[in-house]
Design a protein around this ligand. Sequence first.
Ligand SMILES: [Zn+2]
Length: 55
Amino acid sequence: MDSVELYRQLLGLTAIWTVEQVELDMAKKHVEVHVGHPGGQRFACPECGRELGYL
Ligand SMILES: [Zn+2]
């Protein structure tokens, strides 16, 4: 498993999300994970599953 896949699983990201960048600062014990999604993608409401508008 590469680090991108590792962060995807740690964050519980669904397939739509891609990890674009990971910044790891060991000195500050700080991790920044930048995620993105393809343009024109519809998202379902996490509570009722209804599709929401384009983002
Ligand atoms: Zn809803």
